[in-house]
Design a protein around this ligand. Structure first.
Ligand SMILES: [Cu+2]
Length: 149
């Protein structure tokens, strides 16, 4: 009896800590206009024990990539990266002009007030993968910081 109880408690503890590993705060997606096929998702991501954002997906986009912005000469360009490092306990900002999750091949325009399901996969330093399901609100397309390829 005692052994069984201990086993269950240990399992619950393990599951609980795995879920709490990564926190995503203030996620949002930039709204799009008709015919626009790509947009960015932004958020603050904190991994308690450290890890890497290794993939993202969303039912509204045919392709989802992790992007960084880099100066090439005097032109700011974005490119896909295979993973985004999340140092332990440090909030990493995904924001316009910086890292972002790129939603490509959009199936429909995204309007302010909508919410978009996005799944993030974070690989911990122990190689365990954590899946984070988000409902991300869409914010109006801002005039500043146009997001173009
Ligand atoms: Cu991008």
């Amino acid at each position: 009896m005692f052994k069984t109880t201990t086993g269950i408690a240990a399992l619950i503890l393990t599951a609980g800590s795995a879920l709490a590993q990564t926190t995503v705060t203030d996620p949002w997606v930039r709204g799009t206009v008709a015919q626009q096929k790509a947009t960015g998702m932004f958020a603050q991501i904190t991994s308690a024990q450290g890890g890497r954002l290794v993939s993202a997906s969303s039912p509204v986009a045919g392709v989802v990539e992790i992007h960084e912005m880099k100066m090439e000469g005097d032109v700011m360009r974005m490119r896909a990266i295979t993973a985004l490092d999340l140092p332990a306990g440090k909030a990493v900002s995904l924001k316009p002009g910086g890292y972002h999750v790129m939603l490509l091949d959009l199936k429909q325009p995204l309007k302010a007030g909508d919410s978009v399901p996005v799944t993030l996969v974070v690989e911990g330093t122990d190689k365990k993968r954590e899946t984070i399901e988000l409902k991300v609100p869409v914010r109006a397309l801002a005039a500043a910081a146009a997001h173009k390829h």
